[in-house]
Design a binder for this molecule. Sequence first.
Ligand code: ZN
Length: 151
Amino acid sequence: MNVTERIERLSIPEPNSGCWIWLGALDRGGYARISLKGKNRKASRVSYQQFVGELTPELDILHICDLPACVNPAHLRVGTAQDNIFDMWAKGRGRVPKGEAHSNSILTLPQATEIRSRVLSGENPRLVALDFDISRTTAARIASGKSWRQI
Ligand SMILES: [Zn+2]
């Protein structure tokens, strides 16, 4: 069975919304998960790649239907990880104090690269920030490209 067939078998169309509701595993956020070549991946992302096109790692899949368990490629749009971080802030899970001092100077480029990749891969910016003795805001700014844009 190829990946497209697996997605079709593991989801059921919802006639009103048009959502393809995932019948397979969900993560704690309610997002569909699929195991692919031994890796547990977001099924929405896999669906988009199968039916629409390739994604580069910095691009995230957002649901226009707001149903995390939906894998209908027509309900998925591409956003940058930065969009997601802004989304997170907008939803109040992050707070950005104004005028926070830039502390970039204490970081090296490899550290900033590591901070960005860890935050973008889903680690809590606060915990990443603790590891580097920087503020969570600084970690989030690095991850979103507001600081250390050259990475
Ligand atoms: Zn949907």
